[in-house]
Design a protein around this ligand. Sequence first.
Ligand code: G3P
Ligand code: CA
Length: 241
Amino acid sequence: MTLIFAHRGFAASFPENTMKSFTEAQKAGADGIELDVQMTKDGELVVIHDEKVDRTTDGKGYVREYTASDLRKLDARYKFQELHKKEQIPFLEEVLNWLKGNSMVCNIELKNGVFPYKGMEEKVISLIRRNRLENRIILSSFNHYSLVHAFRLSPEIEIAPLLTDGIYMPWIYAESIRAKGFHPHHRTLHDSIISLSLKHGIEVRPYTVNNEHAMERFIKLRTSAIITDDPAKGLAIRKAC
Ligand code: G3P
Ligand code: CA
């Protein structure tokens, strides 16, 4: 069965990468969530997609130039101002703590491609271990060096490279870095890549699948998971397939 992962939470209807977005994804019945991690000036792991806070909060500037306490003063409601309550940028620890109360999978994307956040892998792994969530986490990144480093530190935690372009025999590439799967941009994914990867025991979880025809196609091809902004739509299509 194709799992439905909520991209940045239920980002189609709620402010991305907030606790509201994650709890709503869970209420909708998603099998997992995807989130993005950046690091503050004082080394705290925070859940936000961009290197800057400008697009998704009422603040300005780089995450890495904020202390965690100043970052937490920002309102992350973004374009969803109709929500009554202000949303904070979550700490990764807060999300992991919440995950302990449910059974969802969590795909943590290490956003260390633009700025090489020093010690990010060590900090993320230490938090996962402290919360005993090793079996429910998938670490992904566009920075594959970072993923290999994470795997060396914690071979018990699954890694999955993010791929923007189609590559030749991605299942062999995944195996070469000891990944159990890969996360390709959905437009690069031919049917044969899915079937051959699955045949080799490598999971395929395309992003970001929001179109219903694409959802149906991946579900019918038994793709391991789809990463979507709209988990409710994905679940409805899976039910109908
Ligand atoms: O994890 C898949 C997807 O989130 C990667 O792209 O830019 O949405 O973080 P982006
Ligand atoms: Ca992401």
